[in-house]
Design a binder for this molecule. Structure first.
Ligand SMILES: Cc1cc2nc3c(=O)[nH]c(=O)nc-3n(C[C@H](O)[C@H](O)[C@H](O)COP(=O)(O)OP(=O)(O)OC[C@H]3O[C@@H](n4cnc5c(N)ncnc54)[C@H](O)[C@@H]3O)c2cc1C
Length: 347
């Protein structure tokens, strides 16, 4: 397959060598960005994915709930995606984007290493950061026996003793959800207010014990969680711990465009209309705009945004072509297949 070892095998261009400009620059090479780039490369658009290489689910053993690829390690899934994009002539370059600014009727995308590329359109798929409560042990076990999403990890901890650490407005809901996977769920309000009377009734009705008091740390023995150590010294034995991280979209580098994160019940996100932002020419897909999107949903959103971007470019190119046509036809912009795109499997 083309694209292995960082080289686009069809035309020999090394994947780290950036061209001056692209039809589309995709920022972020997780499920959303790569699926967007795959669609754009197959639409014969020149496209580069600039990726800092820290997908959100990196600590997890496998991607679950994904049809056709159930349980595949996250890194293997993305490696396959990168190869597919490269196979159609798209580039995937390890790089961190520092800023995106307007430049003429397009954009200038600046990288942290000082390079810059021009883009006619930008697809931003930089995901989010999970901010965990400051409890020793949580970071170390994150994505292993500390989890947040029952659809990602619930099956793996079924019938185990699960502790739910109160850490956000959805924590009681999370405890009620996890009861679907295990009859042994304990809720720790920790530093949150105790459950309301209604919530306490719901928890009691579902057999979920509430342990009040602050949690000091997770107790870890032989590379696994064995319980939660309370501030008063008591150890409450648990096999797995659920938390509700504060989910914060990675949008800082879009500030010059006026795109700012907006508060959300679970953190901060960048709102969009089916991927379209309020800045014409800039689309978003995946966790940056939909904090709850799983891998399949993020990939689908990237693909859908790519379709919109291609259609938007076609509208612009048609408008230019009509204007040239009315003047007598000379110098019309190239159409599909005439544009000097990088060669790939689709050529
Ligand atoms: C522990 C854990 C386990 C999970 N398990 C599952 C599961 O089993 N099944 C499932 O469907 N979902 C799972 N998820 C959710 C899954 O991680 C997300 O749905 C998915 O990662 C969203 O894809 P994305 O493309 O939006 O963002 P990401 O996958 O996070 O990709 C964003 C990419 O953008 C890059 N980036 C960020 N900023 C920049 C920048 N400035 N310049 C360049 N690149 C940048 C990042 O480095 C990263 O590579 C899990 C999440 C976590 C936290």
């Amino acid at each position: 397959m083309n694209g292995v070892n960082g080289v686009n095998g069809v035309n020999g261009v090394h994947d780290d060598q950036l061209m001056d400009g692209y039809d589309v620059v995709v920022v972020g090479g997780g499920a959303a960005g790569l699926n967007g780039a795959l669609m754009l490369a197959r639409a014969r658009r020149s496209v580069v994915v600039l990726d800092a290489g820290a997908p959100r689910n990196a600590p997890a053993d496998g991607v679950h709930g994904l049809l056709g690829r159930e349980g595949m390690p996250p890194a293997a899934l993305l490696e396959r995606g990168r190869a597919e994009v490269r196979g159609y002539g798209g580039q995937v370059v390890p790089a961190e984007v520092e800023s995106v600014e307007r430049a003429g009727d397009g954009f200038e995308v600046r990288l942290a290493d000082g390079r810059a590329v021009r883009a006619r359109r930008v697809l931003v798929a930089t995901g989010l950061v999970d901010e965990l409560p400051d409890v020793p042990g949580l970071h170390e076990r994150w994505g292993r026996d500390v989890l947040h999403c029952p659809y990602c990890h619930g099956w793996e901890v079924r019938d185990q003793a699960i502790g739910v650490l109160g850490s956000g407005p959805l924590s009681v809901h999370q405890a009620l959800l996890l009861r679907q996977w295990s009859a042994d769920v304990t809720f720790f309000p920790h530093t949150m207010a105790p459950p309301s009377a209604e919530e306490a009734e719901q928890l009691a009705a579902r057999g979920i014990r509430v342990v009040e008091g602050e949690v000091d740390s997770l107790e870890i023995v032989d590379d696994r969680v064995v319980g939660l150590r309370m501030a008063d010294g008591e150890l409450v034995r648990r096999d797995a711990v659920a938390v509700a991280p504060r989910m914060v979209a990675r949008v800082g580098f879009l500030k010059a465009l006026g795109l700012e994160p907006v508060p959300h019940l679970a953190g901060e996100h960048l709102p969009s209309e089916a991927g379209r932002t309020e800045v014409p020419g800039v689309w978003v897909a995946g966790n940056i705009t939909d904090l709850a999107a799983q891998v399949g949903g993020a990939a689908a959103a990237g693909a859908a945004a790519a379709g919109q971007i291609n259609a938007d470019l076609v509208v612009e190119e048609t408008r230019v072509a009509v204007a040239v046509h009315r003047r007598g036809g000379a110098g019309a912009p190239p159409g599909a297949g005439e544009r000097p795109v990088r060669a790939g499997r689709g050529e």
